[in-house]
Design a protein around this ligand. Structure first.
Ligand code: NOJ
Ligand code: NOJ
Length: 625
């Protein structure tokens, strides 16, 4: 009600001022001052600018917002950049003790202790720096990037609890800043890290193919190659998600793995390293196929994890869209481009999920930006908004604007209709060329919607401009790790998207989902090995022995479909089963008689670690009666 009234007053004033502007413009932007004046926290607000009451004319004309925005961005961009460099070894002021090129996640050493280096954070931070270097030609960044390459080359070979260089170790998520292994319990492995690192190194490597081919081939390529091999071998195995909590398959992880394999294949062929091309392409096809399976068609969002007992509505999908953005792919939904109908629908579901969850968002209308976090069920530090997720929303929206402008049209589909309706209530399904009013109105509304997420973060940025990991859901005060490097990087990439920065393409355009002979996706089984299961048991004349267990190959404990053994001699039965390599498998033998009676072995389950890829082993068990 209030909102409608405000819009009406503003429209009237616009009419007086003779400014032609559509209603939806207001709905995306005009209410922003309400948000800024509501629930003000004097301590946290960045400066007096964000607390000052707005007079009506300023609200209407929007000049105030524009200059607030420009001031915030100008200041914060510089602070964020310094904030990133300060956290990189060996010279960063807050990174003392860190090896050259190592990104410290945050200088915070307690509550929480983030004085470690994460492969994911580092790759995302350096992707931003590589893009800065390439785009602005800032040579001062080059030595940091070279240090990063050298540090990752060492890190890949550090044996750790996830494995070693040859065998799974690249999935280790975090290390000490002096490049030694972190050996305490942790959510490991995390399989997005190698993919993200490959993407960052490829972006850098591509720029040097002509000028420094030997560095590319001798230094960058071996690191990329090891990461691509890891991704190709392990993408289809379960692992922890980017929030280090759920062990299953995860949309963000699959999306960035797919990207790495595609651009890895192109990069390898550009430098004449063709030995494994077929494997990269093959697994990229498989990953793209699997990627489609995360979609929840009933509720219109990408389910972030195949495991975990949550809604699956998560910043995971927003981050996936911005970190696999490829402008020539347009609004392709197969690769979940930022402006695809699926990504926009997901974005709306995601943003809306925080409206009633955080007290600082209360009372903000549906079409106005709110603070967003990882996922609404989050309890880490009380479960709060994060700077980097809120900036990611801005970035996805701005990436969309970039593509719509480039392709000179936009489409509203049944899937994206609700996204557009929040900004333009009378939006209808259709294709709208750049010459249409709908196109102009939508672009303006989305632009202002995007900006308003920056203003939300601005409001909760302390006066010194520092960005922690989170801000409190009730007070708006910074929470958890201070000076989070990834928060700073996310500010910079969001601001760049706002500037219209177009990142290099990775080959998403024109991809098709491969289908099998029965029209279904064929997912890669991942690395496999063999276990020869043998059981000593005396059975009745009408009985046969079967096997069931914790992996799909052992029918996931389903006795009806259990694997039949064959009889080797009077009291020995066996079966050779192809299983996921290097995996802990639980299992039991079963006896079934001709009348259908099923007898399971007694507890506990048998357990065996399957051999590494391509190997086989024999396990011999006695029936547990
Ligand atoms: C530390 C992880 O980094 C964070 O993502 C997680 O939420 C907490 N542990 C709680 O498990
Ligand atoms: C916790 C976050 O959940 C995770 O994504 C991140 O890698 C670490 N903190 C370090 O910043």
């Amino acid at each position: 009600m209030l909102e409608r009234k405000a819009s009406t007053i503003m429209l009237a004033i616009f009419a007086i001022l003779g400014i032609g502007i559509s209603v939806s413009y207001f709905q995306g932007f005009g209410d922003q001052p309400l948000l800024q004046t509501a629930a003000i926290h004097a301590h946290t607000a960045r400066s007096v600018i964000f607390n000052a009451p707005y007079n009506l004319v300023q609200r209407v004309v929007g000049i105030r917002q524009q200059s607030d925005m420009d001031k915030y961005i100008a200041t914060e961009r510089a602070i964020a950049r310094a904030g990133v460099l300060t956290n990189i070894g060996p010279d960063g002021k807050k990174a003392s003790g860190a090896h050259a090129g190592v990104v410290v996640a945050s200088p915070s050493t307690s509550d929480p202790d983030y004085f470690y280096t994460w492969t994911r954070d580092s790759a995302l931070v350096f992707k931003m720096l590589v893009d800065e270097y390439l785009y602005n030609g800032e040579t001062s960044l080059k030595s940091h990037i070279d240090d990063y390459v050298a540090a990752q080359q060492i890190l890949q070979r550090v044996s750790n609890p996830s494995g070693n260089y040859q065998n799974g170790g690249l999935g280790e998520p975090k290390f000490h800043v002096n490049l030694t292994a972190f050996t305490d319990p942790w959510g490991r492995p995390q399989r997005d890290g190698p993919a993200l690192r490959a993407t960052t190194l490829i972006a850098y490597g591509k720029s040097l193919i002509k000028s420094d081919r030997s560095y590319v081939k001798q230094t960058i390529w071996p690191v990329v190659k090891a990461d691509l091999r890891y991704v190709a071998d392990y993408w289809n195995k379960t692992g922890f998600d980017l929030w280090e909590e759920v062990s299953s398959r995860s949309f963000f992880t699959t999306a960035v793995q797919h990207r790495a394999l595609r651009e890895g294949s192109a990069f390898a062929s550009a430098i004449g390293e063709t030995a494994d091309l077929q494997q990269y392409n093959e697994q990229a096809d498989n990953a793209l196929c699997f990627l489609q399976s995360y979609w929840n068609p009933d509720q219109g969002y990408m389910t972030s994890n195949t495991g975990g007992s949550r809604s699956g509505i998560d910043a995971n999908s927003v981050l996936a869209s911005i970190h696999t953005f490829d402008p020539p792919a347009g609004c392709d939904s197969i690769t979940f481009q930022p402006c695809s109908d699926k990504a926009l629908s997901s974005l709306k579901v995601y943003v809306d999920s925080f409206r009633s969850v955080y007290p600082i968002n209360s009372g903000i209308p549906e079409n106005v930006a709110v603070a967003t976090g990882r996922y609404k069920e989050d309890v880490y530090y009380g479960g709060n908004p994060w700077y980097l997720t809120t900036f990611a929303v801005t970035e996805q929206l701005y990436n969309s604007v970039i593509v719509w402008k480039r392709q000179k049209y936009l489409e509203i589909t049944p899937i994206s209709l609700s996204f557009f309706k929040q900004l333009m209530p009378d939006a209808k399904i259709g294709r709208y060329d750049a010459s249409t009013d709908v196109f102009t109105t939508v672009l303006s509304a989305v632009t202002h919607f995007a900006d308003s997420f920056i203003l939300v973060n601005a409001k909760y940025t302390p006066t010194d401009g520092s960005l922690a990991e989170q801000y409190n859901r009730t007070t708006g005060l910074p929470e958890s790790a201070k000076d989070l490097t990834w928060s700073y990087a996310s500010a910079i990439t969001a601001f760049k998207a706002r500037d219209g920065f177009v990142p290099a393409s990775w080959g998403a355009a024109g991809l098709k989902v491969r289908t099998g002979s029965d029209g279904q996706c064929v997912a890669n089984p991942g690395p496999t090995s063999w276990v020869d299961f043998r059981i000593k048991v005396d059975v009745n004349a009408n009985e046969h022995v079967f096997l069931a267990g914790s992996v799909e190959e052992l029918m996931s404990w389903n006795a009806d479909e259990a694997v039949a053994l064959s009889r080797d001699d009077a009291s020995t039965w066996s079966v050779n089963v192809k299983v996921p390599a290097d995996t802990m498998i639980q299992y039991k033998y079963i006896r079934k008689d001709s009348a259908g009676k099923v007898t399971w072995e007694a507890d506990p389950n048998h357990q065996t670690l399957s051999p590494v890829e391509g190997e086989s082993t024999v396990v011999t068990d006695n029936w547990q009666g």
